[in-house]
Each structure stands twice: as structure tokens, then as C-alpha cells.
Write a protein that binds this ligand. Structure first.
Ligand SMILES: NC(=O)c1ccc[n+]([C@@H]2O[C@H](COP(=O)([O-])OP(=O)(O)OC[C@H]3O[C@@H](n4cnc5c(N)ncnc54)[C@H](OP(=O)(O)O)[C@@H]3O)[C@@H](O)[C@H]2O)c1
Length: 263
């Protein structure tokens, strides 16, 4: 199978390349950048910008499936919404490859502008008339790692919204699941995918400090508002009876993050 990976240079994308090539597929990485000189000769490369539409039709030529992981949380209206529209329209015009859209668990219940754009992109994929699958995934371990590293930049203190909940997962396992989805053919909205356990950010911070050798006490940070309430309620986690879980726990990942991509 020839698979186009939009966002193939990103944190998830690098794992998608590994997973798809490992499963014997021909991979075409789509990026705004030029192909690096050291890329393996068997890997195809397409210069493409979903925001402007440049290169999108050429990138899609001859592919059986597209895993659409290109995204920009800071510019989501143009990249995630308009860019998904451009990609989906082009996919319909060039011969309807299977479009696999990478989404996020809980986007209906969390008042974040980026998540509203992800939901809007899902609707575009559902409505444009291309064979598709949509996989919602929980936050990646690498995202929580980056978040905690940000809190640790505050001098002397380690302020953390300790009651937020996460069910983060390894990007490697999310990528394996997405490649299986591409192989399986159009499945519409798939069962959500997440990590093996729900933890509070306080629990995650404790393990993170131990792994990083940071001795500072955690300062629980009260955060008001609807967004914080959604994360405290764990609306970003899999519902108790539903969902498919990976196996790489937060503490396992902290011990061997190099086995996974950092984003
Ligand atoms: N991070 C998480 O915790 C998480 C959890 C669940 C789901 N997701 C979803 O997983 C996907 C990948 O996330 P990530 O964290 O791996 O992202 P990332 O590391 O920030 O990578 C973003 C990718 O998007 C590409 N991109 C950005 N603007 C583009 C444009 N105008 N045209 C074409 N490509 C563009 C970039 O490629 P170039 O710079 O090479 O062009 C890059 O490869 C996203 O859809 C995200 O919503 C993320």
C-alpha cells in the first residue's frame, strides 16, 4: 500500500513513518520542507502546504491511503480547518484514497479553540464524500512531558494544576493503531484510542520529577474556568466502558522516552 503521511515530519509523523515502513508500506512524507539529504531512497517525499493548497494534488497522486496528521494548534483555523478542507476536496478529485483523520479524545466536551477546529475538521472529513476513518487519540506522553518542563521553568517553585487528569499514550502505539486503521479500510469514526491508565497531573508530576532528578516541592495550582474544569473532570480521557488502550505507561515512557518520538 502507498500511504501519504501529512505531518510526517512531526512528533506523531515520525512514528507513523516508522510504523508504516515497518509494516511494509511505501511511505510518502508530505511536508512544507525539502526532503532531507539523508532520507532513505525508498521513502517518497512531497512538498505540500495545506494552508495554501500548493502541492496537495500532486502529493495525493497514486496513493491508496492518507493519514492526515498535519496540524498547527497556533494557526488551527487556517491549517486544521481550511487545510483539511483543501486536502479532502483534493482527495475527492484525484480518486478518493482512504482518508484517515487524526483527532483528539474529548474534543466535544473541552472548551478550547483548537479542539473546536479539530471537531470542525472531523465534520469536513465526514461530509466531503471521501472514504474515511477518524481516530480520536488522547494526549501523548511527550505533550505532558513538555507541559511539565514548562512548569519547571518557573524559578524555585513547581506550580502544577495537580487535579487535571490525563490518560496519555505513547506516540509509537498511536502510530501503530493509525497504520492498522489505514490498512483496514474506511471505518468511519473508530473506537477512541488512549493510554493504559488515568492519572492526575499531580501523580504524573511526582514520577516526572523523580525521573528528571528534580527535588523541588510541587505547588498545587488552582485554575478557575470551564477549560480547567473539563481537564479536572477528565473529559480528555476514555470513558470507562469504551476505548482501546495502549500498554506503555507514563512511568515506563519516562524510563525510555527515546523509544518514542518527542514532539
Ligand atoms: N500532541 C498530542 O498530544 C496529540 C494527541 C492526540 C492527537 N494529536 C493530533 O496528532 C496530530 C499530530 O500532532 P503532533 O503533536 O505530532 O504535531 P507536530 O509535532 O506539531 O507536527 C505538526 C506537523 O504538521 C505539519 N504542518 C503544519 N502546518 C502545515 C501546513 N500548512 N501544511 C502542511 N503541513 C503542515 C508539520 O510539517 P512541516 O513543518 O514539515 O511542514 C508537522 O509535521 C495532530 O492532528 C494533533 O491534533 C496530538
Amino acid at each position: 500500500m502507498r500511504i501519504l503521511l501529512t505531518g510526517g515530519t512531526g512528533g506523531l509523523g515520525r512514528e507513523l513513518v516508522r510504523a508504516a515502513e515497518g509494516a511494509g508500506h511505501t511511505v510518502r512524507v508530505a511536508s512544507r520542507r525539502a526532503c532531507p539529504a539523508d532520507a532513505p531512497p525508498a521513502r517518497e517525499w512531497a512538498r505540500m502546504d495545506v494552508e495554501t493548497g500548493d502541492g496537495v494534488r500532486d502529493a495525493l497522486a497514486g496513493v491508496d491511503a492518507v493519514i492526515h496528521a498535519a496540524s498547527d494548534p497556533r494557526r488551527h483555523a487556517v491549517v486544521d480547518v481550511r487545510g483539511t478542507r483543501a486536502l479532502a476536496d483534493a482527495a475527492r478529485e484525484v480518486g478518493t484514497p482512504h482518508l484517515v483523520y487524526v483527532s483528539i479524545v474529548g474534543i466535544d466536551g473541552i472548551p478550547l479553540a483548537y479542539y473546536r477546529s479539530k471537531r470542525e475538521a472531523e465534520r469536513i472529513v465526514e461530509g466531503v464524500g471521501v472514504p474515511h476513518s477518524i481516530l480520536r487519540i488522547t494526549q501523548f506522553h511527550s505533550l505532558v512531558d513538555a507541559m511539565l518542563a514548562g512548569f519547571a521553568r518557573v524559578p524555585l517553585l513547581f506550580p502544577v494544576p495537580t487535579s487535571f487528569r490525563f490518560q496519555s499514550c505513547a506516540t509509537s502505539e498511536a502510530a501503530d493503531r493509525l497504520v492498522r486503521a489505514a490498512e483496514a479500510g474506511p471505518g468511519g469514526r473508530l473506537t477512541d484510542f488512549g493510554g493504559p491508565e488515568v492519572l492526575t497531573l499531580g501523580e504524573m508530576a511526582r514520577a516526572w520529577k523523580a525521573a528528571r532528578g528534580i527535588g523541588r516541592p510541587t505547588l498545587p495550582l488552582p485554575v478557575p474556568g470551564g477549560l480547567a474544569a473539563a481537564f479536572r473532570a477528565g473529559r480528555n480521557t476514555l470513558q470507562a466502558e469504551g476505548g482501546e488502550r495502549g500498554t506503555v505507561r507514563w512511568e515506563d515512557w519516562l524510563r525510555a522516552p527515546s523509544a518514542d518520538a518527542a514532539s
